[in-house]
Design a binder for this molecule. Structure first.
Ligand code: CO
Length: 158
């Protein structure tokens, strides 16, 4: 287990489409463990693998109920709309309003290779979309309006 360095905006890896994970092996499990340690240390709510320099379709989320791990995630249903301020561990000090669906249903593999489905509303729905965007090479600043500098208390890091 280890804390990994967070890649910041300007690094190409954040602008590439992450690759499918063909096999869940010991390296992938170690990556998941390290990502959880890193997310906790950063006090974030979501982290995609390319944010720690690994171009694979993996992200984790923790909105307060423990870490959820998603491998090869696919958004299968969205409903409604919400607009809230977002930040990103890869774009420190900046926040902006982003429109997201109110409800998101997502399928993925868990670390055992089993198919899982999660449903999220409010913050979890936003995290699912924000992290999925990372895997497509997209950042919240591409979609946000009213980008501005954030105070430490305001920052909510996805
Ligand atoms: Co982010």
């Amino acid at each position: 287990m280890a804390i990994r360095n967070i890649v910041h905006e300007g690094d190409d890896i954040l602008r590439k489409r992450a690759k499918e994970v063909p096999e869940i092996n010991a390296r992938i499990i170690m990556l998941l463990e390290d990502m959880a340690d890193t997310l906790k240390e950063q006090e974030g709510v979501g982290l995609a693998a390319n944010q720690v320099g690994v171009l694979k379709r993996i992200f984790i989320a923790d909105v307060g109920d423990g870490v959820i791990e998603l491998i090869n995630p696919e958004i299968i249903e969205v409903r409604g709309k919400q607009e809230e301020e977002e930040g990103c561990l890869s774009v420190p000090g900046i926040i902006g309003m982003v429109e997201r669906p109110e409800y998101v249903k997502i399928s993925a593999l868990n670390r055992s290779g089993k198919s899982v489905i999660y449903e999220g509303t409010e913050l979890l729905a936003r995290v699912f979309c924000h992290e999925h965007d990372h895997l497509e090479g997209m950042l919240f600043i591409d979609k946000a309006k009213d980008l501005r500098s954030a105070s430490d208390e305001e920052e909510e890091d996805l």
